[in-house]
Design a protein around this ligand. Sequence first.
Ligand code: ZN
Ligand code: ZN
Length: 265
Amino acid sequence: MRFLNLHNHTVYSDGIGTVKENIEAAISKNMLGIGFSDHSYTPCDTSYCMKKEDYDKYLAEIGELKQMYKEIIPVYAGIEMDYYSEIDKSKFDYVIASVHYIIKDNICYPIDHSAKQQLDCIADAFDGDVYKMAEWYYDLVVDHVKKNKPDVVGHFDVISKFGIMPEDDKYFSIAAKAMAEAAKYCDMFEINTGAIARGYKTLPYPHKRLLEELYNIGGKVCINADSHNPQFLDLFFKESVDLLREIGFKCYYVFNGNGFDAIEI
Ligand SMILES: [Zn+2]
Ligand SMILES: [Zn+2]
């Protein structure tokens, strides 16, 4: 079984590998292709994202390597677009839409950087009500997907990263409702294994209950590593296929430059 990973970060944002090092790693792992998705510029927090003035350099470098490696492996230039970013979508081969912040009452709360920051957000912006925060977050996800019509919905339930969200019916019904709504505008969701590489989770996003929901509404899945280190480009991919198969999915999808092709599982 071969894979193509669209969600990778390099030294252009908060990854530790260069574009070339990631391509070489993808070749050594016999992958079908690799796409880059460094973080879009977010004015509310410039600590981890691409610099606005680096977009052209990023695209030029990937473009050059795309040519250089064209006989060996397909290389794509994408972006992980945050809700609070503005980009020219036409410059990129694909867009992954993600929500990393909640801005409320003019305060920017990072929601997937640390447990403490997420707890502060719940306490200060939502009077300690974890479900209110979940509702707000999922509303932003739906709005993002509706407005920007991305190619992939990124780490759909990233707010579960630190184990703060309760795994109960109330939480999952908020998430499932948002999933059904978002799928009207983009039905390609990623399995994202990034939090496994970083030691936060033992299973990927979305939670199995949400993957079951996605299956029931006819949604599609691609498998991405959200890698920040070339060694993790295909981490937990085979296990993710097992998970999809267990749920009933008959295939996962790989990008082909214009859209997605199904790979039977
Ligand atoms: Zn992200
Ligand atoms: Zn990412």
